[in-house]
Design a binder for this molecule. Structure first.
Ligand code: ARG
Ligand code: ZN
Length: 464
């Protein structure tokens, strides 16, 4: 990549010399072909989500949080690679006040415009080059609440906070390339008053740092993770740990919701063990779950360690754990494909019931068919493009998504269908995939033309 860079530097210098103008170092590096990175990735539902011009490899987040005041003091260190010659670039950020931004160790200019944090490094970043961004910020993060999608982001609780990103809440607590298409690994260093528990995705380092009445714990997510799946949970928790199927199972619950956490630890292990047989090897280094009193009214499949609001019943655990394969290790390319998450996770519930003494998936499928009175409403939108404000509509995305998979199973037969599930998670492991990718794999494995089936189930409003 150096070879791309050198001639441009040389040209820039030549111009400066012939004009006899002592150009400041940044003059040539920000001139064409160095251009600003795009302020969004053009997601059909969230145009400003994510940014163009770079690819994040790793987020290192140092978070010092005080539950009594809900104040966060943080340093985000981001390692990325430029995918174009960049004169400047954006991160998504709507968190508290920024105290400084550095690129490659040097102070960088920055300004904020809506959810965009616009950063101009002191010299341009050549395509292909790795660079680091450091952002220091402090204050009280607040979540995003909309009528259609409810609350996401940094959710304060009476004794701490829990961060839940889906779909666009990550930017409320760290500067981020906030689109599922840019997955990265994460390290979390969380400092709290000693005695408070701090949890996050992945695995915890053995040694804590204890200093001046504060404890710092480090968590690492070593597999690529979409930003909406990044999670921290700080507060008073009862933590349970044990080995399960060769991995660490770490679950935790707020003692005030103890009743809702009964069975969490064991059911988590059971669900993961069963799903590993049906969906392919479990993708992450540890398993677990957290139950807290949140009032967001949903559970979220945060990578390797889902979060449940108030209670975690068996089928919800099966659902959130199924997302570890469908959504987490294989992530949609665009939010439009959200049924790839929710349809599969809901179908996992149907399959669990079928294989654990409950109704067959066929029976559940039939029972899901609406009666005459509800039919018009039930079939009215498109599963494969529900619209932003309907992306979590239960009947539309979850139930009709699961029905789509059941229809596929009937069309290609059990044998092929149950080979398709692990083949899908193996093929796109660690990356992103679209509905078109699923159709292509299903057609290849079954030897059947499936366009009509998917058209009818995903891209038509009305009963297939
Ligand atoms: N993915 C979650 C689930 O497992 C739902 C998230 C809903 N998010 C929201 N902001 N409403 O069903
Ligand atoms: Zn779900």
């Amino acid at each position: 990549m150096l070879s791309r860079r050198s001639p441009r530097v040389a040209v820039g210098l030549a111009v400066a010399v012939t004009l006899a103008i002592p150009a400041p170092a940044h003059a040539y590096a920000s001139a064409p072909p160095y251009k600003p990175g795009a302020s969004g990735l053009g997601d059909p539902y969230f145009a400003k989500a994510g940014n163009g011009g770079y690819d994040v490899k790793h987020y290192d987040l140092t978070l010092d949080f005080t539950p009594a005041t809900h104040r966060l003091k943080a340093v985000a260190r981001i390692t990325a690679r430029a995918t174009q010659d960049l004169s400047r670039f954006d991160l998504d950020y709507s968190g508290p006040k920024i105290d400084g931004v550095w690129v490659n160790g040097e102070r960088a200019e920055h300004r904020r415009d809506g959810q965009e944090l616009i950063i101009t490094p002191h010299r341009g970043l050549p395509e292909g080059e790795k660079f680091t961004v450091k952002v220091e910020y402090a204050g009280k993060p607040t979540p995003i609440t909309t009528k259609a999608l409810g609350t996401c982001g940094w959710v304060n609780t009476s004794d701490g906070a829990v961060a839940l990103g889906e779909p666009t809440g990550a930017r409320t607590w760290y500067p981020v390339n906030d689109h599922p298409a840019d997955k990265a690994t994460y390290t979390f260093h969380i400092t709290t008053p000693t005695g408070v528990t701090a949890l996050a995705n992945g695995e915890r380092d053995k040694l804590n740092l204890v200093k001046n009445g504060k404890t710092t714990v480090t968590w690492r997510m070593r597999k690529p993770m979409a930003s909406y799946l990044a999670m921290v949970a700080i507060g008073n928790y009862k933590v349970k740990e044990s080995e399960s199927g060769g991995r660490w199972n770490l679950t935790a619950y707020d003692p005030r919701v103890a009743d809702g956490a009964k069975g969490l630890h064991k059911t988590t292990a059971q669900a993961v063990a069963w799903e590993s047989k049906v969906f392919g090897p479990y993708p992450f280094g540890s398993i677990g779950g957290i139950v807290d009193d949140l009032d967001v009214e949903y559970a979220l499949e945060t990578q390797s360690r889902p979060v449940y609001d108030q209670a975690a019943d068996k089928l919800t655990i099966v659902h959130e754990q199924a997302h570890q394969w469908f959504g987490d290790i294989v992530t949609p390319k665009s939010w439009k494909d959200i049924w790839l998450n929710e349809g599969f996770a809901t179908y996992a519930e149907w399959l669990w019931a079928e294989q654990h003494g409950g109704p067959s998936a066929e029976k559940t499928f039939r029972a899901a068919m609406p009666g005459k009175k509800d039919a018009k409403r039930f079939w009215q939108r498109k599963v494969g493009d529900p619209g932003r404000d309907h992306m979590f509509d239960y009947n539309l995305v979850y139930i009709r998504g699961a029905m789509t998979l059941h229809a596929l199973r009937k069309e290609i037969g059990d044998k092929t269908f149950f080979k398709l599930l692990p083949a899908w998670t193996a093929k796109y492991r660690g990356g992103n995939a679209s509905t078109a990718d699923l159709i292509a794999l299903a057609e290849k494995m079954s030897g059947k033309e499936l366009d009509d089936l998917f058209d009818a189930w995903l891209y038509t409003s009305g009963k297939p």
